[in-house]
Design a protein around this ligand. Structure first.
Ligand code: RBV
Length: 453
């Protein structure tokens, strides 16, 4: 439920001092998940079971929990979140609450929420969850508005919908927000564009861009979970297939690598010459989508851009192809154009929509073109271990905002490297991996420029 506003004096782009908030008039009447389910206690039990499993495999969050509980770094903060609400995310939410925050959360994708986990979270006295699977656009934004009604002092986004909504619809709240965190490439991209236009009015950490997130979650997480979901959703093999990967960023690199590891032939499409060259040097075939469209059996888009696969490509695809998206938004495969081309469409399996064209070819779209590893009916998101890393960074970034926000101007910020190292060291320690450190002589050598031949 909405909580009273607090006073503080924190700095913003305007340099203004935070004023107590006026009573809000446009309160959302969207209800928490517990009010929306028939069997709340059964759902909570299932949700807690999923969270217990995740927690067992999240040593970083467990280590941080000890510090958060004793030090209460988020005491007095209200955290508003829009993320994929499933078991691993729930462990992050609990950690923030146990670190002293009141948390309100909703989903960042209409299909990625697990209602049972959402209900389990909502049971916590410091957490309110509005996330519900299968919401339409109107409900999706009503739930975001309900989170905003809690008047967050810190925002945590995956895709920047919450931050964007606050800037568009609730600018009066910005002075009381000390900072935010953004989880994913697409969100960081959006925020940098806002920042360049001078439109981002509080500091936001680009959690996505840290080595501990990007090199593991984006590469291995996206690669493993996308392929696993496509295989489980279709019950089809990778071996012997030609897999077309749209985009060779971190996510595309992971998808290509794992597909190759499953004995598929991999084709990469790119628009950036260095990435195209990198894919070529890795041994993948690189060609324009117009050519790849004729050859692929499975298409996986990872670009973060729209219209990667369009009408001209559908026209030349083989019968029976699979079309899946692993990018944040559902804009990469142009489904409007595919619908227009199709004479018939039907659900061939759970999570597989077949578009049958005039000439009889069937093109199969997974998870409505939404990110397949989170939005297909059986989706579980990335593996637990990688999300432990990503959410470890989220937690220390939120702690940094709460404790040192005066040091950050409005705009997108890199997470300080020492925080990234802190999380890496916790993980190495948990896995029992020891590593070297520099001797004094080595440190001196690395920092000097007068040692030569
Ligand atoms: N992601 N979350 C999960 N909670 O299961 N899986 C993937 C989960 C995040 C990932 O960090 C990526 O950057 C983002 O989802 C894309 O929306």
């Amino acid at each position: 439920m909405p909580r009273p506003a607090v006073e503080s004096s924190r700095r913003h782009r305007s340099g203004s001092v935070k004023e107590p908030l006026a009573v809000r008039t446009n309160m959302s009447d969207y209800q928490p998940i517990s009010e929306q389910l028939d069997d709340v206690s059964g759902a909570r039990e299932d949700g807690h079971r999923k969270m217990d499993w995740a927690r067992q495999h999240m040593p970083i969050l467990n280590a941080l929990r000890d510090d958060f509980v004793s030090e209460q770094p988020l005491a007095g903060e209200r955290v508003g979140m829009a993320m994929h609400v499933e078991a691993k995310t729930a462990c992050l939410v609990e950690l923030l609450a146990e670190g002293g925050a009141d948390v309100a959360i909703t989903g960042c994708n209409p299909l990625s929420t697990h209602d049972d986990v959402s209900a389990a979270l909502d049971e916590h006295e410091r957490i309110t969850s509005y996330a519900k699977r299968g919401v339409d656009d109107e409900e999706y934004y009503a739930a975001i508005d309900a989170v905003i009604d809690h008047e967050p002092t810190i925002t945590v986004d995956d895709g920047a919908d919450l931050i964007f909504r606050i800037h568009q619809e609730y600018p009066e709240l910005i002075d009381s927000i000390v900072g935010g965190c953004e989880e994913t490439t697409t969100g960081v991209h959006r925020l940098r564009a806002m920042d360049e236009d001078g439109e981002l009015d509080y500091p936001v950490f680009a959690v996505n861009d840290t080595p501990m997130k990007r090199l593991f979650d984006n590469v291995h997480g996206t690669g493993e979970s996308s392929l696993a979901n496509i295989a489980m959703t279709t019950n089809l093999a990778w071996a012997g297939k030609t897999v077309v990967v749209g985009g060779y960023g971190d996510c595309g690199r992971g998808v290509a690598k794992k597909a190759e590891g499953q004995n598929a032939d991999v084709i990469v499409t790119e628009v950036e010459p260095r990435r195209a060259l990198e894919a070529h040097m890795e041994g993948y075939e690189v060609m324009p989508m117009a050519e790849a469209a004729k050859e692929g059996d499975v298409f996986i888009t990872t670009t973060g851009n729209r219209d990667v696969i369009t009408e001209e490509h559908f026209e030349v695809m083989q019968d029976g192809v699979l079309l899946a998206n692993a990018g944040h938004f559902d804009v990469e495969v142009n489904l409007d154009q595919l619908s227009d081309l199709a004479s018939e469409t039907y659900e061939a399996r759970d999570g597989v929509q077949t578009y049958e064209l005039e000439d009889g070819r069937r093109l199969n779209v997974l998870a409505e073109g939404r990110l397949v590893n989170l939005a297909s009916p059986i989706a579980l998101g990335h593996p637990v271990e990688v999300m432990d890393q990503s959410f470890g960074i989220q937690a220390v970034a939120a702690r940094e905002i709460a404790q040192n926000n005066a040091e950050y101007e409005a705009g997108v910020h890199d997470v300080p490297d020492d925080l990234d190292r802190e999380v890496a060291e916790i993980k190495l320690d948990a896995d029992g991996v020891e590593f070297d450190s520099l001797s004094a002589e080595q440190a001196e050598y690395m920092n000097s420029w007068d040692h030569g031949t």
